[in-house]
Design a protein around this ligand. Structure first.
Ligand SMILES: Cc1ncc(COP(=O)(O)O)c(C=O)c1O
Length: 383
């Protein structure tokens, strides 16, 4: 059976050309730890790790490679940021589209006295940055916000949100899980204090590698998340406070960083503007094929102007899970159904508790695959 992968918002597939080779070459021909060995392979591995920080700086228009911290994924990055920053009696603002990567740490922090307000979004996922001012309290410390919803694909007005944060002295933490590698992100233009990313979605790298970018002020203010060996200042019992060692204890995912390095070079050479144009073309194609179907409700805005390359559908009068199951079993089309780890987003968008079937595209998909997906949905609906 034909296989069509349309679950790129969960994790991209295929990965960028060169990623698998880079990981394999590291494991076969280098394999050394970094910051610990006094031999060539350790130095050359460390050089690739540093170069990867520089590539991330170039991508996010950030100027401090040492303030790029590697983690396992954006979930770990957000935990590091929130738990490092927030103390009892602090208050934060989040959007009504947040992923559990924000909601669950917040719910854990709530037990320690941190409170939060959810800034409402409309039923298409739109948010007015103006609302922020009305939600601020004397104890408000930060705004934590996804750049785009992983359910509706709605892109939130983060530049305006960042400006409001700056105006009101709030820390701005950005969850760029769905936009890094898709949109042109500029750390300074967003007025971000912390930007968290994951390597395995539109950055086209492997799973198990992510990170965050921190201003100097945040690097100083945040408590450490885990402490341990860094290969530096080993005579000291306490964790070193210089960057990136303050937040990078233990042996990092070096194969993952090698994979991410190759992915970032691919993005740089190909250009994310061209990738984005291709992905939005495929998204439009899918939307226009599907929009004539009366049984299908398209979640979020109707067009692709403020959308990441994903489309969530609610099949009226049908069980969404059954449709996703049939698309996979009968037609080889891989989608993601359910709540997408974002229950609030579904409540906001009117798709709780049934969830949606999400189709998410990559520039490696073809127009022919999109046509096949639309035709397969139609066949599923015919029974
Ligand atoms: C908006 C958003 N935030 C956070 C995450 C969590 O990503 P990861 O599993 O890589 O930590 C996702 C993944 O689906 C996401 O879409």
């Amino acid at each position: 059976m034909k296989k069509v992968y349309l679950d790129n918002a969960a994790t991209s597939f295929p990965k960028a050309p060169g990623v698998a080779q880079s990981i394999s070459d590291f494991l076969l021909y280098n394999g050394a730890n970094i910051n610990r060995g006094t031999y060539d392979s350790s130095y050359s591995a460390a050089a690739v790790v540093y170069e990867t920080r520089e590539l991330l700086c170039a991508l996010f228009k950030f100027n401090k490679p040492e303030n790029v911290v590697f983690t396992r994924n954006v979930t770990e990055s957000l935990n590091l940021a929130m738990k490092g920053l927030l103390k009892a009696n602090d208050h934060v603002l989040v959007s009504a589209l947040e992923h559990n990567a924000v909601l669950r740490p917040l719910s854990a922090l709530a037990k320690k006295g941190v409170s939060y307000t959810i800034i409402p979004c409309d039923s298409e996922g739109g948010l007015e940055a103006e609302q922020i001012k009305d939600c601020i309290r004397p104890a408000t410390k930060a705004v934590i916000m996804t750049h785009a919803s992983n359910v509706s694909g709605t892109i939130l007005p983060l530049q305006e949100v960042g400006a409001a944060c700056k105006e009101n002295g709030l820390v701005f933490i950005v969850d760029a899980a769905q936009t890094a590698g898709f949109l042109d992100l500029d750390f300074t233009a967003l007025s971000a204090d912390i930007l968290a990313f994951t390597g395995h979605k539109s950055l086209l790298g492997p799973q198990g590698i992510g990170g965050l970018l921190l201003t100097d002020e945040m690097a100083e203010r945040l408590d450490t998340f885990i402490e341990g060996g860094t290969g530096s200042a080993s005579e000291e019992a306490a964790q070193p406070l210089f960057m990136p060692d303050k937040f990078e204890s233990g042996t990092p995912n070096i194969p993952g960083i090698f994979g991410l390095n190759a992915a970032l070079k691919y993005l740089e050479q190909t250009g994310i503007a061209g990738i984005r144009a291709e992905e939005l073309y495929l998204t439009e194609l899918f939307l226009s094929g599907i929009s004539e179907l009366p049984q299908v409700k398209i979640i979020g805005e109707k067009g692709s102007a403020k959308r990441t390359p994903l489309v969530s559908l609610d099949f009226r009068g049908h069980d969404n899970a059954e449709i996703a199951h049939r698309l996979a079993g009968d037609y080889g089309i891989m989608t993601r159904c359910g709540l997408h780890c974002a229950p609030w987003a579904h409540k906001t968008l009117g798709t709780f508790p049934q969830g949606t079937v999400r189709f998410s595209f990559s520039h490696f998909n073809t127009t022919e695959e999109i046509g096949y997906a639309v035709a397969s949905v139609k066949k599923c609906l015919r029974g």
